[in-house]
Design a protein around this ligand. Sequence first.
Ligand code: SF4
Length: 417
Amino acid sequence: MNERRPTRQISIGNDHTGVVRVGGDAPVAVQTMTAGYTYEIDACVAEINRMAEAGADIVRVAVPQRKDTEALKEILDQTSVPIVADVHFHYKRALEAIEAGIHKIRLNPGNISDRDQVNSVIDACAERGIPIRVGVNEGSIIERKDKALRQEELGKFFADRRQGHLIALMIAKLEEYMEIFEQRNFHDVCISAKSMDPRLVIDVYREISKRFDYPLHLGVTHAGPKETGTIRSVVALGTLLATGIGDTIRISYANDPVYEVEDGLEMLYCLGLRERRGVELIACPTCGRIQVDLFELVQNVRKKLEAEIELPIKVAVMGCIVNGPGEAEGADVAVFAGDRRGIIYVQGERVANVPEEEILDRLLEECINFEARVRSGEVTLGEKSVEIKPPDPIGELGSGIEKIEAGQVEQLTIRKS
Ligand code: SF4
């Protein structure tokens, strides 16, 4: 992992929502966007609150119509997470959202034709200390009123796979946009440059990070259904984050946005960029040694622990006692299944041996008790790990430790590029 790229910092929110900082030394923020209509106030509030409950730091809403911005005040009153108004084409929606007390604006200056209109939004944001995300998408790099000509010109880039040209054009567009903001001495800005192609996303953000010190909002646009969108997003965003690029992320799926939040957070936990909230679950993929229905057990354990446990307890659900112990090393609580039973360990101590149908309840009970002991200070997370000695390695290979001790394994130096 590389050090995070130093950037400016922007602040989103107020006393009511709490302030989320993006960029600089702030943790990478997770955001998502509502899927319903903003003007349907009750449904919109419920959706935003569900997202906040799942861990979203920032939520974006679309405001294509006057009735959407009219709904904002009530929505802001009934929610407690910073909200971004997503504005396309109609600068007045931005002004109305600012008037309603919105916490951030998302703007693509390219689809607002009049420069004075863009300036009026920038000035209104400057007056109230509201940041703006300036976004360029691969689909919006060619701006023409003649839609047929625009499609034709845009199509050429994709048909020829001229990725280098596309990146150059996206950067040029962004530079053009940023000049507008810099001319007005407005620096409360976050930048995004999205594409549906993860390789392009990686390349374009790398280029942007060399040219600008504004915080970067990462995302793969139109990533598709959750099943494939996860891979697209993790490939692009994970690669960038691992090289220190990115200050806030939005994963986008054609699915319930709560998944976007959950998966975004999990990615940040895996990269060590956020402190984990809730259980870290390890589970084996199963093999021919399995003797319980592990897939169902793991799903049930995940749901139960998600609902009941707040601390980042490491829990392992392993299919057998052969490889399980080694693979569950470091777990605070672990169950090793076998012969239609489960043996449960809590920080190295064997606490139960129960039939398959009792594993879920007993494991949950042990996790709840363990969490209470951590909270009372009796034990510490990760203090003692599960320790069951697996069978000694046999044959010529021996164990890795023996090789290290015999000086047969050289220490690797990890180079940061
Ligand atoms: S823990 Fe046991 S059942 Fe699970 S994959 Fe490893 S060897 Fe197979």
